[in-house]
Design a binder for this molecule. Structure first.
Ligand code: SF4
Length: 189
């Protein structure tokens, strides 16, 4: 890749980071996809211990397994990690929905800029519908096929180690009212 191309991509990545911060992200940082950790135990945490397992089109087992995700990540050169701090607050779900919608919109903007492989992984379960159509049966299609995206952990990414590898803070929580540190990943190529 020519130096001028590298400079353009670097400039664009910073532009997208600034756009995300204006849209509600606490931090956003260009990262190398190689710094994103995938691991087999992540699916285990979904399958045993999470009440959402099998209940959504964006949740396991409908999402890629960790090794498929590794292959996907390895097909990219550039990514952005988005961090949002979410304190305990009223209308928290609405706040999340607005933020995730901004990131899905940003994916579209990045695509239109020519990065045709752009893809966003969100955080937590899909929040677009009160009740996912998956509960109506395997063949019931998603209500928002154009907007629904899986989260990092649903695809076998170790979000804790990925955040720490890139200098971000994340820790396990003890109480529901503690501030959440959530991470989303945009693949940009
Ligand atoms: S958009 Fe609705 S139907 Fe589609 S995955 Fe999300 S909750 Fe389920």
């Amino acid at each position: 890749m020519k130096k001028s191309q590298v400079e353009t991509i670097e400039k664009d990545l910073l532009k997208y980071c600034e756009q995300a911060i204006r849209g509600g992200a606490t931090h956003a940082k260009p990262v190398h996809p190689g710094s994103v950790v995938t691991a087999p135990w992540v699916r285990l945490k979904c399958q045993f211990g999470c009440t959402g397992y099998g209940k959504g089109h964006c949740c396991p087992p409908s999402t890629p397994a960790y090794d498929q995700t590794r292959d996907i990540l390895d097909a990219y050169e550039s990514a952005i990690l988005f961090h949002i701090e979410v304190p305990d607050m009223p209308k928290k779900e609405k706040y999340y929905r607005k933020y995730f919608d901004m990131l899905v919109g940003l994916e579209g903007e990045i695509f239109k800029d020519g990065y045709y492989k752009a893809f966003i992984f969100l955080s937590g379960p899909c929040r677009l519908c009160k009740k996912c159509t998956k509960l109506e049966g395997e063949d019931a299609p998603c209500n928002f096929l154009d907007r629904a995206r899986p989260c990092m952990e649903a695809c076998g990414m170790d979000v804790y180690q990925t955040a720490r590898n890139n200098g971000f803070f994340i820790d396990t929580l003890r109480k529901k009212n503690e501030t959440n540190n959530e991470y989303c990943l945009m693949l940009v190529d």
